[in-house]
Design a protein around this ligand. Structure first.
Ligand SMILES: Cc1cc2nc3c(=O)[nH]c(=O)nc-3n(C[C@H](O)[C@H](O)[C@H](O)COP(=O)(O)OP(=O)(O)OC[C@H]3O[C@@H](n4cnc5c(N)ncnc54)[C@H](O)[C@@H]3O)c2cc1C
Ligand code: SF4
Ligand code: SF4
Ligand code: SF4
Length: 507
């Protein structure tokens, strides 16, 4: 298939990454906005020499799915610097990385604003220029000729390229390899709204004022760790828009997946198909899985995919804590699955295309009752997430020769952690599953290497789990107490047919 055929038949496959426009030797490709305001390639037949370079470079046309045999090392991390954290969306890891590259005379590429507050990819050669790249811009950034600039810079210096996963993949396809002096870092990507929508929004709210500052991730109210974020737009006459993104028309319809690019709901470049050295995101849900790292100034989650990425991660001056993969992605599901588009998306963009007052259309959808849409997309998201997580974990599980079920009534979080460490030291090269009592008389089984949780309503479900996961041995805490279920669990242990031993945890 060729690019033009893909755009005609499977338009949603095109992420607008601009690799084709950058590779074309005749500058025959221009990125042209459609009625929704997203850019797609358009080939000028007069200029095109039919060399095929664009088709051979397109990451969508040349996509090959990956499987992994180990999970990425996963960390929560904070760059402990008040000024940096205030200006960064999460824990400031992007700045910590950039400082290393800049101090070695390198160049950093990433998404900044132009003078009209439109999002554009650009470069920074020093800390002053880095300021513009800091912070998330919730809109698709224009790449322009940045992949060409990266190629040229790589001839003489180190380069850090940052962007969405599809932009990082595009750069790799454009370069046709992975030069040693290039570090690619992607953001965990919710998806990107239409640039024309953002530009119309700021034109409308900025009418008769001059915009002096924009951030989609203000920390004036701190960083709550649970996904709440704030937009802040300042004007020269001291007027200001400061609100939760969920209470702002532009922010809410972004978060609700109404305004995203079509490719974002079939995104090909999420884990395990990432082509970057590191992925950076918000450590959402951190109060639940690493409370000791929670910091109201912001905390990052970092996934390490390559040795190069690990090397840089270890050189940064960060406060870090390793965490389990599934704990980190449970509250950040989009790391492993595409965004589920809101079912109003098509209607919304059709109305925009007919309207010359885009703010009015935004406000109309902003005011709608979303209960049903939330339920619908929440259910789909839950199902796709579980399916994708299991598909990633299954080949890794197969590699463990033995699988132990540890049955314990330990309820306190810290005591559970010490139980896990006790078993990790005793039993090596095995997958450990911890069966623990859950509120309401149910059971929960936790897979240690991933952090995945499986909830059971009864012991029949546990039987199925034991068979499905190929559990080979059982260890049972002495004086087990599962409340009303104690007798049933004890009976199950006698009849499960697996070699069972008692244990007492020694500190
Ligand atoms: C559109 C978008 C959606 C996101 N969705 C999620 C999500 O669902 N879950 C999650 O955990 N994190 C998400 N993030 C990432 C998160 O908001 C932070 O950007 C990330 O954690 C890095 O934060 P930091 O504190 O290290 O550095 P910061 O200084 O905050 O990060 C700046 C970095 O973000 C890049 N960047 C900013 N805007 C864009 C853009 N429009 N396109 C490409 N790159 C951009 C810059 O190039 C730079 O590398 C998203 C970011 C964006 C831009
Ligand atoms: S075929 Fe070659 S010349 Fe034609 S648009 Fe593609 S890259 Fe450009
Ligand atoms: S290279 Fe990128 S912009 Fe060009 S057609 Fe492929 S996906 Fe679309
Ligand atoms: S969701 Fe996927 S296609 Fe959309 S911007 Fe992010 S990486 Fe690109």
């Amino acid at each position: 298939m060729k690019i033009e055929e893909m755009i005609a038949a499977k338009r949603a496959d095109c992420s607008g990454c601009e690799a084709c426009a950058n590779i074309c030797p005749k500058k025959a490709i221009t990125m042209t906005r459609d009625a929704e305001g997203f850019a797609y390639p358009k080939i000028d037949p007069e200029l095109c020499i039919r060399c095929g370079k664009c088709d051979a470079t397109c990451p969508a046309l040349n996509f090959k799915a990956k499987t992994v045999d180990a999970l990425p090392a996963t960390f929560t991390a904070i760059y402990d610097n008040d000024k940096v954290l205030r200006r960064s969306s999460s824990g400031g890891v992007f700045t910590a990385l950039s400082e290393i590259i800049l101090s070695e005379g390198g160049i950093v590429f990433g998404a900044g604003y132009d003078k009209n507050w439109h999002a554009v990819h650009t470069s920074a050669k020093n800390l002053d220029e880095l300021e513009n790249l800091r912070g998330s811009k919730y809109v698709q950034s224009k790449i322009g000729d940045v992949y060409r600039q990266v190629k040229s810079a790589l001839k003489s210096t180190k380069v850090l390229f940052t962007g969405t996963p599809c932009q990082c993949a595009a750069l790799k396809h454009f370069l046709g390899g992975d030069p040693e002096n290039l570090l690619t870092v992607e953001i965990v990507c919710h998806g990107v709204p239409s640039p024309k929508l953002w530009e119309s929004y700021i034109d409308a709210v900025g009418y008769a004022h001059e915009i002096t500052y924009v951030t989609f991730r203000s920390k004036r109210n701190g960083w709550g760790g649970r996904g709440l974020s704030f937009i802040d737009i300042n004007f020269s006459d001291k007027e200001r828009i400061l609100s939760a993104n969920s209470a702002n028309p532009y922010g809410k319809l972004f978060l609700r997946n109404v305004t995203l690019r079509p490719s974002c709901s079939s995104c090909k470049f999420r884990y395990p198909n990432t082509q970057s050295d590191l992925s950076l995101g918000d450590a959402w849900g951190i109060p639940d899985f690493a409370p000791e790292m929670f910091d109201t100034r912001g905390v990052s989650v970092v996934f390490i995919h390559t040795d190069k990425g690990r090397n840089f991660f270890e050189r940064m001056n960060l406060k870090t804590k390793p965490v389990r993969f599934a704990d980190a992605v449970r509250n950040n599901k989009l790391f492993i699955m595409p965004t589920v588009a809101d079912s109003r998306r098509k209607k919304f963009f059709a109305e925009l295309a007919k309207s010359d007052d885009w703010l009015a259309v935004l406000q109309k959808y902003f005011a709608q009752d979303e209960t049903e849409f939330r339920k619908e997309s929440g259910k789909k998201t839950g199902t796709i997430f579980s399916k994708n997580l299991q598909a990633i974990l299954e080949p890794i599980r197969q590699k463990f020769p033995k699988k132990f079920l540890v049955v314990s009534s330990t309820r306190d979080r810290a005591a559970q952690e010490s139980l896990v460490n006790f078993f990790k030291q005793k039993i090596k090269k095995s997958a450990l599953y911890f069966l623990l009592p859950k509120e309401g008389g149910k059971f929960i089984c936790r897979e240690d290497f991933s952090g995945a949780n499986f909830a059971f309503k009864d012991l029949d479900a546990l039987n199925d789990f034991v068979k499905r996961f190929g559990i080979t041995k059982v260890r049972v805490e002495k004086d087990l107490n599962f409340g009303d279920n104690t007798a049933a669990v004890t009976e199950w242990l006698k009849t499960c047919g697996l070699p069972t031993k008692l244990f007492v945890q020694k500190n």
